[in-house]
Design a protein around this ligand. Structure first.
Ligand SMILES: [Zn+2]
Length: 70
């Protein structure tokens, strides 16, 4: 394997460092990753039937809550 392979940030095209960041699943550099994480609302919602569901849109969260009653 070529462990010197460079991976570009999908946002700013800079090389992602450290490489471990890319192999951990990130496709952005640290700077862009921070910016994205701050602009994206994420929370984990416990569901009745399934495992924890990652919700990235507020509308999804509202849809879930309608079953809870008032
Ligand atoms: Zn970047």
């Amino acid at each position: 394997m070529n462990d010197r392979m460079n991976h570009e940030c999908v946002r700013c095209r800079k090389i992602i460092t450290p490489v471990g960041r890319y192999t951990a699943g990130y496709n952005t550099c640290i700077t862009c990753g921070d910016a994205i994480s701050q602009s994206t609302t994420r929370c984990v919602v416990p569901m009745h039937k399934s495992n924890y569901t990652l919700v990235t849109r507020k509308s999804d969260l509202i849809g879930i809550n309608t079953k809870g009653g008032k």
